[in-house]
Each structure stands twice: as C-alpha cells, then as structure tokens.
Write a protein that binds this ligand. Structure first.
Ligand code: GAR
Length: 209
C-alpha cells in the first residue's frame, strides 16, 4: 500500500475521513503519520487514539524554511510516499513543495480556480454563486493553483451563512478527498503527466513584463 502522511492544523475531519477510508481492506493507501504545526490540533489526539504515529512542531519562533525542513525530515522518517494537506494552514516553501512534487495534494473549500486563499464560502455567497464546493489538487509552488484532481459542487441555499455552507461542503470534502487520494496513488503517472502539461504551458507563455 502507498504510505501517506497527513498534515493538519486544526480539527482534522478530513484527516479522519482519509484515515477511516484507509481502513477498508481494498484501500490502496495507508496513513503512516499525522503531523501538525499546532500541538493542540484536535486531529492529533484522534490519530493517536487510532494508533497512528503523530508529530507536532509549533512554527512559532522558527523560520519557514527551517520548519518545513523539520517537517520534511519527519515525513521521510515515517517512510511517506505521499503527503496530503488537510486544513494545513501554513504556506509552504518552494523547496518543500519541490521535494514532494506530484506526490503532494491539498483540499481546498471552493471550486478552484475561484476563491483561492481564505474566506471562500463568504466570498461565494457574496458573489451570488449558485454553488460553492471543494477541490482536490496537486500542490505546486503557487498557492491553491496546481492541477485539479477532482471537484464537488455544493448548492448554496437561500439563507446560507458561511458556516452553514461550510458544514455541507465538509461532507463533500470527506467523500472527494478519500476518492481522489485513492486514484492518485493508484495512478501516480497521471500526476506526473498533469504537471508536465502545466510546465509546458508555462514555458510556452511569453515572459511576464
Ligand atoms: C477544510 O474545510 C479544508 O478544506 C480547509 O480547512 C478545513 C479543515 O477542516 N482548508 C483550507 O482552507 C486550506 N486553505 P478539517 O481540519 O476538519 O479537515
């Protein structure tokens, strides 16, 4: 089975979804580490209780490259083949991203390329969109920008607040993420192909002024 490390900063409900999906006998991946920049992340306690190795390293007082390097070392010690970002609220250095290129995924609570960054649900409601949703994508150096592996639209209801919409999108996230990760580890060459396409397009564009 493919060995997956999950990086979290908070509740870890997506981590839990990935973990419980992995308990199916025919799941092609296993979770070998749950790591966090926040020692109080709820997901760490859950992972521990479920017998999964954990690693916590507060980022406060550490330079970003230093923190990323320590995370990278923990991932390698755990023998991870893949990294799944699940509510990991830290911007990663290009060095770290480069080391895991094609092997690192993220879940984002919007229908990318709409609403990169924060407050995605509030922005979708504000814009009068018919749907919010979530996306799983390969991580590249640009924030929330890598090739999309899967998306689920979620209808916005009259009277939705960012919180009520977020709660429904989370149901969709849990389904989508487990499925997208299973597909990625089953067909890793697809990730390499997608990244090649992105790089080829970038090369063919004229240099920005
Ligand atoms: C999820 O909604 C995830 O999509 C979002 O944070 C939440 C984490 O919840 N991620 C981002 O906003 C990344 N920029 P969880 O800890 O319960 O999985």
């Amino acid at each position: 089975k493919a060995r997956v490390a999950v990086l979290i900063s908070g509740t870890g409900s997506n981590m839990a979804a990935l973990l419980y999906a992995s308990r199916r006998a025919d799941c092609p991946y296993e979770i070998v580490l749950v790591a966090s920049n926040n020692p109080d992340a709820g997901g760490l306690a859950l992972a521990k209780a479920e017998g999964v190795a954990t690693f916590a390293l507060p980022h406060k007082g550490m330079k970003r490259p230093e923190h990323d390097a320590a995370m990278d070392e923990a991932l390698r010690e755990a023998g991870a083949d893949y990294v799944a970002l699940a509510g990991y609220m830290r911007i990663l250095t290009p060095e770290f991203v480069g080391k895991w290129e094609g092997r690192m995924v993220n879940i984002h609570p919007s229908l990318l390329p709409r609403y990169k960054g924060l407050d995605t649900h509030a922005r979708a409601i504000q814009a009068g969109d018919a749907h919010g949703g979530c996306s799983v994508h390969l991580v590249t150096a640009e924030l929330d920008d890598g090739p999309i592996l899967g998306q689920t639209p979620v209808a916005i209801l009259p009277g939705d607040t960012p919180d009520t919409l977020a709660a429904r999108v989370l149901f969709a996230e849990h389904q989508l993420y487990a499925r997208a990760l299973e597909e990625l580890v089953s067909r890793p060459y697809r990730a390499d192909w997608l990244l090649q396409q992105v790089n080829a397009i970038a090369l063919s564009l004229p240099e920005a002024e």
